[in-house]
Write a new protein. Structure first.
Length: 305
């Protein structure tokens, strides 16, 4: 007769999934059980610690909303998001490096004309972004959809502000590349910022790490026909937190030399009334297929569309 003790319990739980209809589901659950049980044994987990973990996960779920995903944030600060990204993008073949999507992507953005100031109503130093999308050989990819979003001069995303639902988006947009694979827009220079610290994940970080900061960056989601969707950031050189990003998202290739300029005319020929910054970056797309991320809260059926 089976004895559900420390010696036999793991084997019994693993065996309980033996008849799962989906082989991949069976494998994932059995490996999860092995890892969790090993953790409990290695740490001699106490009842109080187990209860604290359950409470932490409960509060993490309660903090989630249509515009905030605390579980993604937890995955980010534990390095799981970047590890999942790494194992799914092992061979880049000259394509631009990937990094985490982050918790502030809210879905498909409004298409805007090249040169649009996507942060028109915001304070901050002006920045001009010019970029190009190509295949790995350098051939331009026309008609690629490029979603962009970033934090503002105060280190906040639009969806973090109380007026987001009524005032609408800011510092986020979609651009379509032209015949030469190019797109450009105006915005404000983003700042490094702390991850949200008003929830259980942020509280954990503040109690266990020197800081909760992310280096300044702009998010890009590039979707070009015949190529794998690209989720990445472009970081700003010289930022104090490039070597200690709280979500481990920085890669050398993704750091751009953002220049401070005093030219009276910007690259699109329009006058500049103040000093401004120039970000230039080329995105190289890997051939293949895939599905771009859906909005937070999308159902499984929507995500599969």
């Amino acid at each position: 007769m089976t004895q559900f003790n420390e010696a036999q319990l793991t084997e019994a739980v693993v065996a309980s999934f033996e008849h799962a209809s989906n082989p991949r589901t069976k494998f994932l659950l059995q490996e999860l059980v092995k890892s969790l049980h090993d953790y409990v044994r290695k740490t001699d987990l106490t009842f109080d610690e187990w209860a604290a973990a359950i409470d932490f996960l409960t509060r993490t779920g309660q903090k989630c909303s249509d515009t905030r995903q605390e579980f993604i944030l937890l995955s980010d600060v534990l390095g799981v998001s970047m590890l999942v990204d790494a194992v799914n993008h092992r061979e880049r073949g000259g394509a631009t490096e990937t990094t985490v999507l982050g918790p502030f992507y809210v879905g498909e953005h409004k298409v805007m004309p090249h040169g649009t100031d996507i942060s028109e109503k915001l304070a901050g130093e002006k920045m001009f972004v010019q970029a190009r999308v190509t295949d790995v050989s350098g051939a331009p990819l026309a008609g690629a959809a490029v979603d962009v979003w970033h934090a503002d001069d105060e280190g906040l995303y639009d969806s973090q502000r109380p007026g987001y639902q009524s005032e609408g988006p800011s510092s986020r947009a979609r651009f379509m590349t032209d015949s030469d694979g190019r797109f450009f827009f105006r915005t404000v220079l983003p700042r490094s910022y702390p991850i949200p610290t008003d929830g259980p994940v942020g509280a954990m970080v503040l109690q266990t790490r020197p800081h909760a900061m992310r280096p300044a960056h702009v998010h890009f989601l590039v979707d070009a026909k015949g190529h794998e969707p690209l989720v990445t950031h472009v970081f700003i050189s010289g930022d104090d937190y490039l070597d200690s990003d709280v979500v481990f998202g920085v890669k050398d290739e993704l750091i751009a030399q953002v220049e401070r300029r005093t030219d009276p005319v910007m690259p699109d020929g329009k006058l500049a009334t103040t000093p401004w910054h120039l970000m230039t970056y080329d995105f190289r797309m890997k051939p293949g297929a895939g599905v771009a991320p859906k909005p937070l809260g999308a159902t499984a059926a929507e995500a599969a569309e």
